[in-house]
Design a protein around this ligand. Structure first.
Ligand code: HEM
Length: 393
């Protein structure tokens, strides 16, 4: 059994886990991300993981944590096994995740255990299908506004992009009438900020009630061409906070894809490979499990730090990697717990990339790409493509 020394456990926390937590797992914190980019925190994290693997070998590495069995996964095949054997015996609803998610989506599939999880997961699988909506039309409509804005200013900043992306998100999830309801997503952002602190932050029931009431009003309209139209409001209400929240990650991935010259779904996937928005995938075992000949007890927390595995494939734009069979290339997780919103993201983000690129050329980062990229600070030079027929207003 590989057990990390106290010093190495300290390094795993100080260089891999705590910096990831500090950036904000549920909603990113701009000042911390700026600092992380400055010191390239993810490069040190990846080097630390590599050193642990070289020293202790491929089996999951137990960290010395009092009162909890914790194992760091170091082998791609083991990542594949954990994800394939989800939710039994490797459950995604770990105690840590439930503590974080209860702040804004206590009934989300990801925070649920037992038979109820299966029901909620199936609901997500059925509803989150891009072919049930005209996602492209919504995205193109909003992207046109962004094209005009970028043409007039000559740059595309994160703030400009995010404002438009949230309109896309509200329209896809709730319908066109919710397009400008920034207060709703601002409330969700505050709730997500509290979720960053998981156990440590008191729940803000008043704010949550206000958010839920407003969300419900939108859902009850069941507007055509929105996810809200695909199931009764009472069912959608428990999952929609996660959907809205997860569109934030999709926006971050899209902006970074623009910055590396990415286009289409493979551009989206490459951006998420290089800078995974869920860098830590957690599973908790429901029984004792055997790994490379040794047993780990029930309730072991398994930690997959995906940037380590993703950067095996280099620091440049490699769309040819997708689709992939590699077990540890997992920006959207994998197996039965794979992100059910994946295809919706690939269509919406891919359409955004392609619509912007049809009219504009953007300055791009030079490879090799950095290990940490602060999307808040991205400012891409935007120049009009030859003769695209669009009038600047
Ligand atoms: C770039 C954007 C996104 C990325 C990289 C991403 C990634 C992921 C990952 C890695 C997981 C697994 C988490 C875990 O096992 O702890 C997950 C779960 C999930 N995602 Fe996404 N996601 C994205 C966007 C979305 C969107 C837009 C939606 C919905 C509209 C969505 C819905 C979900 C749901 C419902 C789950 C929970 C699944 C379950 O309980 O089994 N995601 N996502």
């Amino acid at each position: 059994m590989a057990v990390a020394s106290r010093l190495d456990t300290g390094k795993a926390f100080a260089r891999v886990l705590l910096p990831t937590l500090a950036k904000g797992v549920i909603v990113r914190r701009p000042p911390v991300l700026a600092m992380a980019e400055k010191v390239q925190a993810d490069a040190l994290a990846v080097r630390t993981m590599k050193a642990l693997r070289d020293k202790y070998g491929p089996e999951p590495l137990r960290l010395r944590v009092t009162g909890r069995s914790v194992a760091l996964v170091l082998d791609p095949e083991d990542v594949g096994r954990l994800l394939d054997e989800t939710p039994e015996p490797f459950h995604p609803a770990t105690a840590e995740k439930r503590a974080a998610l209860k702040h804004f989506q206590p009934h989300g599939s990801l925070a649920t255990r037992g038979p109820e999880r299966e029901k909620r997961r199936r609901f997500n699988d059925v509803v989150l299908r891009p072919e049930k909506l005209d996602v492209e039309a919504v995205v193109r409509d909003e992207a046109d506004l962004l094209v005009r804005h970028a043409m007039s200013t000559g740059v595309l900043t994160w703030d400009d992009f995010a404002q438009v992306w949230w309109k896309v998100a509200r329209r896809i999830v709730l319908g066109a009438s919710a397009r400008d309801d920034e207060a709703l997503t601002d409330d969700l952002k505050t709730l997500r900020g509290n979720a960053n602190w998981a156990f440590l932050h008191p729940k803000r029931r008043g704010l949550r009630k206000r958010f839920e009431r407003r969300l419900r009003e939108h859902l009850e309209r069941a507007e055509p061409n929105s996810l809200a139209s695909l199931a009764p409001a009472s069912e959608v209400a428990s999952q929609a906070p996660h959907w809205l929240f997860a569109f934030d990650a999709a926006g971050i991935v899209t902006m970074r894809a623009l910055a590396i010259g990415g286009s289409g779904p493979a551009g989206v996937l490459e951006s998420a490979r290089l800078w995974p928005t869920t860098p830590v995938i957690l599973r908790e075992s429901t029984i004792a499990t055997r790994w490379h000949g040794t047993w780990l007890p029930e309730n072991t927390l398994f930690i997959v730090f995906s940037p380590y595995f993703h950067r095996f494939y280099g620091d440049t734009y490699r769309p040819e990697l997708w689709p992939t069979q590699e077990p540890a290339l997992v920006p959207f997780s994998g197996g039965p717990g794979v992100c059910p919103g994946r295809d919706l993201v690939l269509v919406s983000a891919g359409t955004m990339l392609d619509t912007l690129r049809a009219h504009l050329d953007f300055s791009t980062l030079e490879p090799p790409f950095p290990a940490t990229l602060n999307h808040f600070a991205l400012k891409l030079r935007a120049t009009r493509k030859g003769d695209d027929g669009l009038e600047v207003v």
